[in-house]
Design a protein around this ligand. Structure first.
Ligand code: HEM
Ligand code: HEM
Length: 137
């Protein structure tokens, strides 16, 4: 298994652990309920998407009987997806308790980084699944 693939799976489980703690805080406190976006996206972009990225990168090329289109792009996507998610949720959280226009802008910028990472996965997987497999002569 490639290192970035294993890291995607490990980080996905880490995000599940953190999101469940935020979920418990939300159950117990009205103030923490302001972090519903953080909880839901730790789950949807962290736990769920990163598990799918990891398992998808590992297994989909095997289903096609070929190598992944680009491991380098996968590696770059790992860093962009994680930096984008952590930055988006961190700046969002600070902005909830101490609002400022600058924080909104960096939160949006981190969201754009996260979205670019999603499109890298989209591109890499489509190239893996749709480029014709070369048959041996
Ligand atoms: C110990 C585990 C968890 C706890 C304590 C927990 C708790 C909560 C709470 C209190 C809310 C707010 C509900 C409300 O708006 O009234 C919530 C929302 C949400 N949770 Fe969790 N949760 C947990 C795990 C998960 C997992 C594993 C997922 C996804 C795989 C998830 C996805 C969501 C989503 C998407 C929302 C937003 C739903 C909406 O806007 O209506 N949660 N959770
Ligand atoms: C870069 C990617 C994404 C961005 C920037 C983003 C942004 C947002 C925003 C701004 C909201 C509204 C939050 C609010 O009402 O306060 C939202 C809600 C929601 N998003 Fe996303 N989202 C992204 C990806 C996803 C993905 C991939 C999923 C599911 C797989 C998802 C599931 C949800 C759900 C269930 C809600 C409603 C629960 C909530 O209010 O937190 N999002 N998202």
């Amino acid at each position: 298994m490639d290192t970035f693939v294993r890291r995607f799976i490990i980080m996905s489980i880490v995000y599940l652990g953190i999101s469940s703690l935020v979920g418990i805080a939300m159950l117990g406190s009205e103030k923490a309920m302001a972090l519903k976006f953080v909880h839901s996206h730790l789950n949807m972009l962290g736990w769920v998407s990163m598990m799918i990225y990891g398992v998808g990168y590992h297994i989909l090329p095997k289903f096609m009987g070929r190598a992944m289109h680009s491991k380098a792009l996968g590696e770059i996507q790992f860093w962009m997806a994680n930096i984008g998610l952590v930055a988006m949720l961190l700046f969002y959280t600070v902005n909830v308790y101490s609002p400022s226009g600058a924080l909104v802008m960096v939160t949006v910028a981190a969201g754009v980084l996260e979205t670019v990472s999603i499109f890298l996965f989209f591109y890499n997987m489509l190239m893996t699944l749709m480029t014709p497999v070369q048959q041996p002569q």
